[in-house]
Design a protein around this ligand. Sequence first.
Ligand SMILES: CCCCCCCCCCCCCC(=O)SCCNC(=O)CCNC(=O)[C@H](O)C(C)(C)COP(=O)(O)OP(=O)(O)OC[C@H]1O[C@@H](n2cnc3c(N)ncnc32)[C@H](O)[C@@H]1OP(=O)(O)O
Length: 153
Amino acid sequence: MHAIQDHYPAEFAHCYGCGSANPHGLHLKSFIEGERTHARFTPAAMYSGGYPGNVYGGLLASLLDCHGTATAAAFAYRAQGRALGDGGAPIRFVTGSLKVDYKRPTPLGIELLIEGTLRSLEGRKAVIDLTLSADGEVCVTGEMLAVQFVAKA
Ligand SMILES: CCCCCCCCCCCCCC(=O)SCCNC(=O)CCNC(=O)[C@H](O)C(C)(C)COP(=O)(O)OP(=O)(O)OC[C@H]1O[C@@H](n2cnc3c(N)ncnc32)[C@H](O)[C@@H]1OP(=O)(O)O
C-alpha cells in the first residue's frame, strides 16, 4: 500500500519530517483507512528529551505536523472525488496552526502510533484532530489547522 507522502510530487518531497528525498529526515509515512489516518514511528535514543527514557517534545510535534498535513491532503482528495496521485494538480496543505498537548511522557524505543481524523473541511481550511500513542496509551494530542496552499503568481 502506498503512503500518502508517496504521492507528493518531487518538489514537495524535501520535508524534514516526511520527505522521501531528504536523506536526514524522519521519513514519516501516513496511510488513510476509512475515516482515520495512521503512521508509525519508533524513536531511537538520539531523540531523547531531558527526561531519561522519554522522547523530546519537539520531535513529537514534528510527527503530528507532518501527519496532520498528510491527513488534510488525503481527506481533501477524497472530498473532491479524486484519487491520491491521480496526476492532476496536487492538493497541498501547510500547517497554519498546531496546538499540542503533552498528556504523559512518551517512551523512547517503542513504536508510536500517530492517528488523525478530519473534524472539518471548509474552503481551504481543514481542522485535524491528532493523537500519538505508545502501547495503547495516548501520550500526546494535537489540533491542527491545515491551510490549502495556493501558489501566488
Ligand atoms: C497528495 C499530494 C499532496 C501534495 C502535498 C505536498 C505538501 C507537503 C507539505 C508537507 C508539509 C509538512 C508540514 C509543514 O512543515 S508546513 C510548514 C510550516 N507552515 C508554514 O510554513 C506555513 C506558513 N504560513 C503560510 O504560508 C500562510 O500563512 C498560510 C498558507 C497558512 C495562509 O496564508 P494565505 O495568504 O494563503 O491565506 P490566508 O492568510 O487568507 O488564510 C486562509 C484562511 O486560513 C486562516 N488562517 C491562516 N492561518 C491561521 C492561523 N494560524 N490560525 C487561524 N486561522 C488561520 C485565515 O484566517 C483564513 O481563514 P478565512 O478568513 O478564509 O476564514
